[in-house]
Design a protein around this ligand. Sequence first.
Ligand SMILES: Nc1nc2c(c(=O)[nH]1)N[C@H]1C(S)=C(S)[C@@H](COP(=O)(O)O)O[C@H]1N2
Ligand SMILES: [Mo]
Length: 170
Amino acid sequence: MKNRTLATIFLLVALCAPAIFGQTKQSPAPAPQTLDVGGEVARPLKLSAADLSKLPRKTVNAKDHDGKAITFEGVALDEVLRLAGVEFGEKLRGKQLALFLVADAADGYRAVFALPELDPAFTDQVVILADRRDGKLLSEAEGPWRIVAASEKRQARWVRQVVTLTIRRA
Ligand SMILES: Nc1nc2c(c(=O)[nH]1)N[C@H]1C(S)=C(S)[C@@H](COP(=O)(O)O)O[C@H]1N2
Ligand SMILES: [Mo]
């Protein structure tokens, strides 16, 4: 009798064990990543990949830190800023010329661009917010978005994992 009771308890525990102990903690699905555009802008924005996918695509050929040729693809950085109401071209004059962009990365790295550096009316240099490298989505360590200033001889302003674009006034 005692043995049967023990056997029953054992059986029940054995049957229930997977349910009790086997529950692997489900990590919550990662929040979809967004890019904040703010500071001295008319319309502060939180952009998703879907929002950015509506902008015209740009492809640039670049040389990475090791001199290897890479093709980056994304959208022109000025187009992203225009969505938030940043003005370029004829309107980038006078007091507006004291505005600059701070690009902040997830690891705390940051780099600054003066607005004329991003403006096709001022320069032929194209600075993009890349989301693809050689056709593939950027890795987690690099993306989802990275600034690529392909014509610059150093890659220091190619901010990986950009999370915030802020317009400030000098
Ligand atoms: N977020 C972030 N981006 C960054 C850096 C960094 O430390 N953090 N380093 C910069 C520097 S100094 C260089 S040379 C390049 C290196 O690019 P790579 O990682 O593709 O070789 O990334 C730039 N972008
Ligand atoms: Mo660097």
